[in-house]
Design a protein around this ligand. Structure first.
Ligand SMILES: O=P(O)(O)OC[C@@]1(O)O[C@H](CO)[C@@H](O)[C@@H]1O
Length: 308
């Protein structure tokens, strides 16, 4: 079982408009609502790949009820911990004229110390039964900035591989707790390390504590800096669409392939094919299964030599 943690779950709303023009009103074409937050997306993709997963984090209020209702028919087991506040919404607006998406993320509910303590009890129990753990997304208000570092330490104490996908100070502190893998994008890596050259920045993140780093380079694919070597994985062509959740699909690809005992090149190929197929699906956090099957054999994975 793979455990995914989403402390700041979200009801992801996606609007499609003919053209997004600031300072004007819009008629919305399609509206979709999906249970989201990064770890929920990871779990959904894991389910589609035939892997058992359990989702934990917080859910509360009316939005939390809607989210749980939408989650129920999907594959993951719901171990979300109740919170008094209202689970947030996010809004992704896709502009048909350009294919680009604009994202608005609410902050999330205030989490009390008692709610955090209840979550920690649930997490500790679930970690003991997990083959791998993914810690994903932003922290809701009230949760201390070292929360992910605490969760990384618990997973490591239980000898369960742990992946961290967050940003800013929670990422910096989480890395210092020595996770097995981090998956920042190039921008987050640059903010963390001060270096805009991804392989140098990823090397720096490893020196700070991450065992391996898979950096997302947007439409250009992934760069992996690991104890076993460095690789660049790229899709056959850049695609346009809704990138919301593409990084989460990459996480699901990496973890599922790890659980199947595949080596880095196969893990990276799967991650790139899944994230590209996610951009091609209109709703946040879903992937186009036919596109995934076509893309997988066409992803290139090559050893990477950094320029001196
Ligand atoms: O605000 P966060 O936690 O960083 O990101 C939240 C979010 O935008 O990320 C997912 C896509 O990766 C969406 O499902 C989700 O709502």
């Amino acid at each position: 079982m793979i455990l995914t943690v989403t402390l700041n779950t979200a009801l992801d709303v996606t609007y499609t408009v003919d053209a997004l023009v600031p300072h004007t009103s819009h008629r919305v074409g399609d509206v979709t609502e999906r249970p989201g937050g990064k770890g929920l997306n990871v779990a959904r993709v894991l389910g589609a790949l035939g892997h058992e997963s359990v989702v934990t984090g917080f859910a509360g209020g009316h939005t939390g009820d809607v989210l749980r209702g939408l989650l129920a028919p999907l594959a993951p087991r719901d171990a979300l911990v109740p919170v008094a506040g209202n689970t947030r919404r996010t809004l992704a607006v896709t502009d048909r004229s350009t294919g680009d998406t604009t994202q608005f993320n609410e902050p999330g509910p205030q989490v009390s110390p008692d709610e955090w303590a209840a979550f920690l009890r649930t997490y500790e129990e679930l970690v003991d039964a997990a083959d791998a753990v993914a810690l994903c997304g932003s922290l809701p208000p009230g949760i201390h900035v070292g929360a992910y570092a605490e969760l990384v330490r618990i997973a490591r104490a239980a000898a369960v591989p742990v992946l961290l996908d967050t940003s800013g100070e929670p990422l910096r502190r989480g890395i210092a707790a020595r996770p097995d893998l981090v998956k920042p994008n190039a921008e987050e890596l640059a903010r963390l390390t001060g270096s805009r050259e991804p392989s140098r920045a990823a090397g720096d993140a490893r020196r700070r504590g991450a065992h391996a780093v898979v950096a997302s380079l947007g439409p250009e694919g992934l760069l992996a800096v690991t104890p076993q070597g460095l690789w660049r994985a790229a899709p056959p062509a850049a695609v346009r669409g809704n990138p919301t959740g593409a990084g989460d699909s990459a996480v699901a690809g990496l973890l599922s392939a790890l659980a199947e005992g595949l080596e880095w090149p196969e893990r990276l190929a799967r991650a790139v094919a899944l994230s590209t197929a996610t951009v091609l699906a209109p709703a946040a956090g879903e992937f186009d299964a036919a596109a995934y099957a076509q893309l997988l054999p066409r992803v290139t994975v090559e050893p990477y030599t950094p320029t001196p």
